[in-house]
Design a binder for this molecule. Structure first.
Ligand SMILES: [Zn+2]
Length: 144
């Protein structure tokens, strides 16, 4: 068995696009950044090529609070991602700035384990040594 067969595969790296570049640039600084429409003011999800309300293309980056509410939670027991062991807790979080935008974050601390839907959350970015950044739940209000 070669050494490469015994090492866990590297975590996949995001490849920013024109639409996701502000999100990943913000993530590198630990900030949640989405784009807001300059025409109608609606916040756009990270992958939206245009404003979901007016289809305008004048989307400007905006740093958000990182506050959200818990929408759903899934616990994966299978080998979830390269380089990670399970279980993995995936949380759907609706942003307070626009609850129509639901982002997926990892709950690495287990703070959402007993949290009911609607629990206020604080989101942020994990910064592992491999240089990747991914959205995590920093805390859940009223939960240990
Ligand atoms: Zn718009």
């Amino acid at each position: 068995m070669t050494q490469s067969m015994t090492q866990a595969p590297a975590r996949p790296q995001p490849v920013p696009t024109a639409e996701t570049r502000p999100f990943w640039a913000g993530a590198a600084e630990g900030a949640l950044v989405l784009r807001r429409c300059g025409a109608c003011g609606r916040l756009a999800p990270p992958l939206a090529p245009r404003c979901p309300e007016c289809l305008g293309d004048s989307l400007q980056p905006e740093t958000l609070s990182g506050r959200a509410t818990l929408k759903g939670r899934t616990r994966l027991h299978l080998q979830p991602l390269p380089g990670r062991s399970g279980p993995l807790v995936i949380v759907e979080a609706a942003l307070v700035e626009d609850p129509r935008i639901v982002l997926v974050a990892l709950d690495e601390s287990g703070c959402t384990a007993e949290a009911p839907p609607g629990t206020p959350l604080r989101l942020g970015f994990a910064a592992p040594d491999d240089g990747t950044r991914f959205l995590i739940v920093l805390s859940a209000e009223g939960q240990p």
